[in-house]
Write a protein that binds this ligand. Sequence first.
Ligand code: CUA
Length: 201
Amino acid sequence: MRQGTTVYLYELAWILPSIAIPVGMLAALVVTAFGANIHLPGAAGRVDPTKVTETAPFDALGVKEIAPGQYEVRMLAQVWSFTPNEIRVPAGSTVHFWATSRDVVHGLFIPKANVNVMLLPGQVAHVEARFAKPGEYLMICHEYCGIAHHTMAGKVIVTSEGGSAPHPNLPPQAGAGKAGARSAAISDPRGRELAGLEERK
Ligand code: CUA
């Protein structure tokens, strides 16, 4: 009899959390969906990945000043580079990134800025960040995308204010080849970039 009671309590200790956890998750789901208004991306942000280079805004890749201190970056990710893979803006700029992938799932992660998005083929990602301090901000792919995933990197170069005129950046189509050549030339971009960032501190 005593033995039976012990078993019952032990079971109860498992049964209660197994009810409480799903109920808690469901409550969190309801709160984020209806309270915080967070939903899955809608059809508005979709693009045909096979025609992405002919579809606005990805038919003109690069960096554009859209207002004083506001820059728009139209970016494509592909194995294993970003186009453009170097973005140059003056300090204090707010950069609006519009990005997608033309092949597999990639990521866009800028550890020293508030940028961390997945780039899904067919889905347009939008994120914006302010770059207050001059310096180089490493930009990496943080979703495994194949054998050379670890080489997929670029940078945002933030120049001191009152510096030179806006950089021409990458012209639309010269991008693919140039970016490829550049990333091939840098054997270990992350290591070198990180070393550079350390020095700058
Ligand atoms: Cu692209 Cu990892």
